[in-house]
Design a binder for this molecule. Structure first.
Ligand code: NCD
Length: 342
């Protein structure tokens, strides 16, 4: 583990996937498994009674913010939230350091998303409580990579396979997509991976991320077409063109049509592959994203990812706040109500 990235444990910020090795990754996944009845709403937990989450999102978000907040609420905590710059004092010129110091005074843990790379680390520096990076510009998105690897592990094991030695195709905007940067780094903890990449012109994976994987003994190859990249892959991870991080002309010049659709998978003879995407999927015409015609394929895992996000984010909070699974079990009871539709 690099020196400036201390292992993620109680009382530590979560800023990068580099804070994990195979051991603390396994512990986090075990915790995520153990809280499943609470995530599934079969049981109600109050272990975080009295704890407050400060949720600060300065960039658009649906699932990341709601799943972090739901995770904290399901553990019995409370949430305060602010979204966008307009409704925060940053619109009045307040610094990251001042904002962070103030909000950490109201909270036991902070979750922060911000458009600038490195900005969440600045929040962490000024905070008096643990800070979780929920995406810093094109930098990292560690909780997403954790839920992606957790999901990939489950999908592969249900097929009698493991992440070690698997072939994963990573396609789409690999330059600006922070989920991909964190995913490739976290996957590098495993052994003997075969990673095939496809990106439109000007959206290629940064050399540093590719080197991170090759330095750790993985085989990375860049393909000229998406069909070549996904051929024989056990899993395919597609990601959206990050239009907010480039000019419209650049996006339109290099990314037209679909990134991946049913016909391309059929041409690659790989209709059985595990299909992953961090979402949101850009469903507008010509958006160069994962097409809707793959949704009935047996390997579609995109909504397993979003469901698993809750378990992983509960496990992140329990770890940062030093709560054991025994304490969770002691404060968990069967729910007396049913939320299913007739
Ligand atoms: C991603 C993000 O915000 O980086 N979404 C997410 O958190 N699930 C991916 C994206 O915006 O394309």
């Amino acid at each position: 583990m690099p020196e400036d990235y201390p292992a993620f444990e109680q009382g530590r910020h979560l800023l990068s996937v580099a804070q994990f090795d195979r051991d603390n990754l396994r512990s986090l996944f075990d915790l995520a498994d153990a809280v499943d009845p609470i995530a599934q709403r079969q049981a109600v937990c109050t272990v975080l009674d009295g704890a407050m989450l400060g949720s600060l999102f300065f960039e658009p978000s649906t699932r990341t913010r709601l799943s972090f907040e739901s995770a904290f609420l399901r553990l019995g905590g409370e949430v305060t939230t602010t979204t966008g710059f307009t409704f925060s004092s940053m619109a009045k010129g307040e610094s990251i350091a001042d904002t962070s110091r103030v909000v950490s005074g109201y909270s036991d843990v902070l979750v922060v998303r911000h458009p600038d790379e490195g900005s969440v680390a600045q929040f962490a520096q000024a905070s008096t409580v643990p800070v979780v990076n929920a995406g810093d510009g094109a930098g990292e998105h560690p909780s997403q990579a954790l839920l992606d690897v957790y999901t990939l592990d489950k999908e592969l094991s249900s097929r009698g396979k493991a992440i070690d030695g698997c072939h994963i195709a990573v396609i789409g905007d690999l330059k600006h997509g922070r989920t991909v940067h964190s995913l490739i780094k976290l996957l590098s903890l495993y052994s003997d991976l075969h990673i095939t990449l496809f990106a439109p012109v000007s959206m290629e994976l940064p050399g540093g991320v590719e080197k991170y994987a090759t330095d750790r003994g993985h085989h990375v190859s860049v393909k000229g077409t998406v069909v070549e990249a996904v051929r024989a892959a056990d899993a395919i991870y597609a990601t959206r063109v990050q239009r907010e991080r480039m000019t419209e002309e650049l996006a339109n010049a290099n990314a037209q049509g679909d990134l991946l659709n049913w016909a391309m998978l059929a041409e690659a003879d790989n209709l059985e592959a595990i299909l992953m995407h961090p979402l949101p999927r850009d469903s507008r015409p010509n958006s160069f994203d994962l097409a809707g015609d793959v949704d009935d394929l047996p390997g579609l895992a995109i909504f397993h990812q979003t469901d698993n996000g809750l378990n992983i984010r509960m496990a992140i909070f329990l770890t940062a706040l030093g709560v054991s699974i025994e304490a969770v079990q002691l404060t968990t009871k069967q729910r007396p109500w049913k939320a299913t539709l007739r």
